[in-house]
Design a protein around this ligand. Structure first.
Ligand code: SF4
Length: 147
């Protein structure tokens, strides 16, 4: 059973989580890896703490104490603007220090953001197609439904 901790970008700290929780219910985006009939549980939800992301140092331990076996970095870190420059460091830190696997992404990338970001140089430079690969598998129609 997946017990999930979610870390969102603190710039969107007031977000109500609607897209993330919808995507979990629909098993889309970063949650497509879980079968529709596989029980999942959100055991923690927090922000990075604000640039440069100091909360990432310790909050995964709290998630883990509450049973987390996987961490999802929210899609806002990928296609907020600017994208989080520390995304890969967060992933490496959590996986190395906390021993928890990290999935980059929660809800599908809204198509309007995908179309905008993929035209910018950083998308290629930061190898976003590879880093957020699970999000790239979504059909355009699904991305559009998350606009
Ligand atoms: S850009 Fe990165 S470090 Fe800055 S607030 Fe967002 S997730 Fe945190």
């Amino acid at each position: 059973m997946a017990r999930i901790g979610i870390i969102i970008c603190a710039r969107y700290r007031d977000c109500g989580g609607g897209k993330c929780f919808r995507a979990l219910r629909e098993r889309r985006g970063g949650f497509a890896r879980y079968a529709a009939d596989e029980p999942v549980e959100i055991v923690g939800y927090s922000t990075c703490g604000g640039c440069p992301g100091g909360n990432v140092e310790d909050v995964p331990a709290e998630f883990r104490q509450n049973g987390a076996n996987v961490i999802h970095l929210a899609t806002g870190l990928v296609v907020g603007y600017p994208p989080c420059p520390h995304l890969r460091r967060f992933q490496a830190y959590i996986e190395t220090v906390h021993g928890l696997p990290v999935v980059v992404g929660t809800h599908p990338i809204p198509l309007k953001y995908f179309e905008a970001h993929r035209r910018l140089p950083f998308w290629t430079e930061s190898r976003m197609d590879e880093v957020a690969g699970e999000l790239m598998k979504e059909p355009r129609g699904v991305m559009e439904a998350y606009n």
